[in-house]
Design a binder for this molecule. Structure first.
Ligand code: G3P
Length: 216
């Protein structure tokens, strides 16, 4: 399973990039707005220059024509951009049109197997299943991820499944076990993934033991 970083924060992206395990970044309008700038293009271009992998960038308009047109503009900002299109009927039409023109789409805001399947049939490169928001609504988001992964494998669909709206490290474990191709994680969750108190205790004990013998 690949790890994408789910943020538009440049410092977090730079920090995470140093770890050498980030394959891409996903953003959305809420994440970009949190950074306090209305210069969407500048933020996106900076992210694209830091991480060479796929960078998902969402359209900011509604309607098939407007989304398709804006998606083309956004995808021209950098070669590694994947355009995020919402899982609506307009979005499906836009995704089909963009896929025909070889523009990569992340079919986003998916909450069901049906939405994901339609996105894949339209030619989306990725579908993003919002696990945390489904859990919030009383469903089991990761079961939907597993169903999508199984169905895509059964029908040999090339579309990759992104477990998105990840809230805690157990979501990452479950995403990997469900066979998600990618989990896109907030920076805080990424840091939680590497932490274990027994590792810290072990490092302290190893170094302490070595210091005792090396001072004799
Ligand atoms: O990748 C989608 C993600 O940003 C949504 O997360 O926590 O707002 O549900 P959240």
């Amino acid at each position: 399973m690949q790890i994408f970083l789910d943020t538009a924060n440049i410092d977090q992206i730079r920090q995470a990039a140093k770890l050498g395990i980030i394959s891409g970044v996903t953003t959305n309008p809420s994440l970009v707005s949190k950074e306090g700038t209305a210069d969407y293009e500048a933020v996106v271009k900076e992210i694209c220059s830091i991480i060479p992998g796929p960078i998902s960038v969402e359209v900011l308009v509604e309607g098939t024509q407007a989304m398709t047109q804006q998606a083309k503009l956004i995808s021209s900002w950098a070669p590694n951009i994947v355009v995020k299109i919402p899982a609506t009927s307009d979005g499906l039409e836009a995704t089909s049109a963009l896929a025909r023109e070889k523009i990569k789409v992340n079919f986003t805001l998916c909450f069901s197997l049906n939405q994901a399947l339609l996105g894949a049939l339209a030619g989306a490169t990725y579908v993003s299943l919002f696990v945390g928001r489904l859990d919030d609504a009383g469903h089991n988001g990761m079961e939907v991820v597993k169903d999508i992964v199984d169905v895509f494998a059964h029908y040999q669909l090339a579309t990759q499944v992104i477990a998105a709206s990840i809230r805690h490290p157990q979501h990452c474990v479950a995403a990997a076990k469900a066979g998600a191709h990618i989990a896109t994680v907030p920076y805080k969750v990424l840091m939680q993934m590497i932490q274990h108190p027994l590792t810290d205790v072990g490092v302290t004990r190893f170094l302490g033991d070595w210091q005792r013998i090396s001072k004799q």
